[in-house]
Design a binder for this molecule. Structure first.
Ligand code: GDP
Ligand code: MG
Length: 376
């Protein structure tokens, strides 16, 4: 069986079947199809010609292509792995206090030596807890990024903090957040917020959670929870300790001595700076000058900044970075990977954009036929 993308060229098809392109051209001619060597063949022709040479064809799409490329990644040696900080997403119902909590943590816990630095809103930031621990928070609006990332099978988050307002109740988006985390196999910690308010009733929240089979520790279950006030900053430090405890159990590790892989958090086109991508390094170390591929885009890291807008030469495991130099804006949740050779990066990116174009054409075709059908 040949695994091909639609519209591969005559010479590519010949290569795959290990025959000369002249053989393919003459076979096409005998089937009444005139082709030249670099011409792209459509799906029916590929199938027809391949079967003449005794091959089955299966067509692959972008997802499959990227999976194949990811499978090629080498595993890390156990000895090369060192602990990395946890990456945390805060989720919950609207107005329950996600932004307040993120803002409080951002302002109160500053990475050593950077006190007074102004944190940019870049979609992720790190804070220091105690002397030597860090936590990376994803600071993406609502659930969208998390959902987008999950849709791509990316498991960016290590731990989910579910914020529930103690003066309200378990709400639809609370349930949604819980089911996202459960589906992704991400451990949850519950932040019972707004305990400063009259009418705050954490026990009522725990009861509602228990009806969903979620028992917090206080109720004899396995889930950590923390009652707090994001607005007053009350008990937020205790929440951070619980996050670190959870992280310890997860035994998170990475190998800083390899080329970086990770996930795009967001990407935009900036008037002055070109394409600007915020990404999260998951494994390896990203360096200025590295060549990145993400989705159908690639480029050399021209400059790199941290969440405090400080220029960086490197970004290690669990670090967020703002990167300039890509030739487009990959989608949030897209993986990225560093390649040694620019030519290889370019050909992978180009191959992907070709596949995407072909998928687009296929979809368009279907839509058109559909529309015609409706008009008739
Ligand atoms: P989000 O929609 O989940 O991001 O919620 P926000 O952080 O925007 O908070 C919604 C509202 O609740 C805002 O008016 C906050 O000031 C308020 N709020 C958030 N946390 C607390 C808290 O701990 N105590 C009180 N009293 N109000 C809070
Ligand atoms: Mg908000």
């Amino acid at each position: 069986t040949l695994r091909v993308t639609e519209f591969i060229s005559v010479s590519e098809l010949a290569n795959l079947m290990d025959v000369s392109f002249a053989d393919v051209i003459s076979k096409c001619m005998s089937l009444g199809i005139m082709v030249s060597i670099n011409q792209r063949l459509d799906a029916e022709v590929i199938e027809l010609v391949a079967s003449e040479f005794g091959y089955d064809v299966s067509f692959i799409d972008m997802e499959q292509q990227m999976e194949m490329e990811e499978d090629e990644e080498e595993e890390d040696d156990e000895a090369a792995l060192i602990p990395r900080s946890p990456i945390v997403t805060i989720m919950g119902h609207v107005d329950h206090g996600k932004t307040s909590l993120l803002d409080y943590i951002r302002n109160a816990n500053v990475v050593a030596g950077e006190a007074g630095g102004i944190t940019q809103h870049i979609g992720a930031y790190r804070v220091q807890v105690g002397n030597d621990k860090e936590i990376t928070f994803l600071d993406t609006p609502g659930h969208e990024a998390f959902t987008a990332m999950r849709a791509r099978g990316a498991k960016v988050t290590d731990i989910a903090v579910i914020v529930i307002a103690a003066d309200d109740a378990v709400m639809p988006q609370t349930r949604e957040a819980i089911s996202h985390a459960q589906a992704a196999g991400v451990p949850m910690i519950f932040a019972i917020n707004k305990i400063d308010k009259d009418g705050a009733n954490p026990q009522k929240i725990y009861e509602q959670l228990s009806q969903m089979n979620i028992l917090v520790e206080e109720w004899g279950g396995k889930y950590q929870s923390q009652e707090l006030s994001a607005k007053q900053g009350l008990n937020v430090d205790k929440l951070l300790e619980k996050i670190l405890l959870e992280a310890e159990l997860l035994d998170l590790k990475a190998n800083p001595d390899r080329e970086a892989t990770g996930t795009i958090i967001e990407a935009t086109l900036d008037k002055g700076r070109g394409y600007v991508a915020t990404l999260l390094v998951e494994n390896g170390t990203l360096k200025a000058g590295d060549i990145i591929v993400s989705g159908q885009y690639y480029g050399r890291v021209k400059a790199m900044f941290n969440e405090r807008n400080k220029r960086q030469d490197t970004a290690g495991p669990s670090a967020p970075a703002v990167v300039l130099g890509l030739n487009g804006a990959p989608q949030a949740g897209e993986k990225f990977k560093v390649y040694e050779e620019e030519s290889e990066a370019k050909s992978i990116a180009n191959r992907r954009s070709q596949i995407l174009r072909e998928q687009g054409m296929r979809t368009k075709k279907h839509i058109t036929l559909d529309e015609i059908g409706r008009r008739l």
